[in-house]
Design a protein around this ligand. Structure first.
Ligand SMILES: *Cc1c(COP(=O)(O)O)cnc(C)c1O
Length: 364
């Protein structure tokens, strides 16, 4: 037997995350609608800030992200001492796993919830317990609570959830929290919070302010269109922030990302325009796909799930959209939803390209 360095056994059990891909180059336009990115790009002010920051790339970034935290705290009215920044919210999930999970522990998430939570738990040797969703593809509070035991350390809830696009009301989230032991950390992943326009929705600021066991995470990757820079943040009790600070890299957020984030937060015009384009596109895409006779899960985010007759049909539709219409969408079989496709809401042209493509596919 060859002797070689062996990683931890739990590491070999991880199936790496499969990101959405761009359509192959072709004549005419292509639309990458597979990763819930902002079809408008990002704020010009953020781009300018990045350009200016390139003058001093020899200097280490501020490891405390003080100015960025000040900007976030002003924008949302938050206590700076309860903020932590990360290289994407993904990094914050990784850091939570490192700080709170060990072999034999478990996390609880919804069956069709975001898969990154399971990946970070696996690194720490922790199990993931998946609670069945409701028939409407919403997280089921009672099912989640039923899976919590004395080894549960974290309950993750993406709200709104990816890939379903559904959300839980503030009352339902409060009920989930109320049912948890005080030793369990509730992580409210609000990556799509900005898009939600429902009166009964809250991202989690109040809960994370009020309780010792709630952390809310946010990202600059979606509405702010800065996914390439990797920037996210968390807001929660100081003892949780302190634990994350102990396990993170001292310079985990680049200087370029920090200045871009500050500029992006200030550019409310860009955010409003992004919201408007998304609201119009989401409605047109939902109605248009339903008019073709396909089921669409009601979404409050910048993407939706469309249901096909079978897993084969969903796959055929995805490859047809890509090869014949230059549109890439996301297969979600890995989430246990093989007969669905997740489609990001593009700009007007992108939405039209999906509808034209799907219409042609359905009449084949
Ligand atoms: C896109 C997304 C994020 C954001 O991840 P980043 O690492 O900040 O880019 C977080 N949670 C969910 C559910 C997402 O879909």
């Amino acid at each position: 037997m060859t002797v070689r360095p062996e990683p931890l056994p739990q590491v070999l059990e991880i199936s790496p995350y499969v990101p959405g891909h761009a359509p192959p180059a072709r004549e005419g336009k292509v639309y990458k609608l597979a990763s819930n990115e902002n079809p408008l790009g990002c704020s010009q002010a953020a781009r300018d800030a990045v350009q200016a920051a390139t003058a001093h790339m020899e200097i280490y970034p501020d490891g405390n992200c003080a100015q960025l935290k000040a900007a976030i705290s002003r924008r949302y009215g938050l206590d700076k001492a309860r903020l932590v920044c990360g290289a994407g919210s993904d990094e914050i999930f990784q850091l939570l796993a490192r700080a709170f999970l060990t072999a034999g522990d478990n996390i609880v998430q919804s069956a069709y919830g975001f898969l990154v939570y399971q990946l970070v738990a696996q690194q720490s040797g922790a199990q993931t317990r998946f609670a069945a969703d409701t028939p409407e593809l919403k997280a089921d509070v009672d099912a989640m609570l039923a899976l919590v035991d004395e080894r549960t350390k974290i309950v993750f809830l993406a709200n709104p959830n990816n890939p379903t696009g559904t959300y839980l009301s503030v009352e339902e989230v409060r009920r989930l929290h109320a049912g948890l032991p005080k030793s369990v950390l509730l992580v409210l992943d609000a990556a799509y919070a900005e898009y939600v326009s429902r009166n009964d929705y809250a991202a989690g600021i109040e809960l994370a302010s009020e309780f010792d066991n709630v952390l809310m995470t946010r990202t600059f990757s979606k509405i702010h269109g800065l996914a390439a820079l990797r920037l996210g943040w968390g807001y929660g009790p100081e003892h949780v922030i302190d634990a994350i600070n102990r396990v993170r890299g001292p310079f985990n957020v680049s200087a370029v990302a920090q200045v871009a984030g500050i500029a992006a937060l200030a550019d409310t015009d860009f955010v409003e325009k992004s919201l408007r384009v998304n609201a119009e596109g989401l409605e047109k895409l939902t109605d248009g796909i339903r008019a073709l006779g396909l089921e669409v899960v009601e979404s409050v985010a910048n993407f939706l799930l469309a249901r096909f007759g079978s897993a084969e049909e969903a796959k055929a539709a995805a490859s047809y959209l890509e090869t014949d219409h230059g549109v890439s969408v996301r297969l979600v079989a890995g989430y246990g939803l093989p007969e669905y496709l997740r489609i990001t809401v593009g700009d007007e042209e992108g939405v039209d390209a999906v509808l034209t493509g799907l219409k042609a596919f359905c009449s084949k």
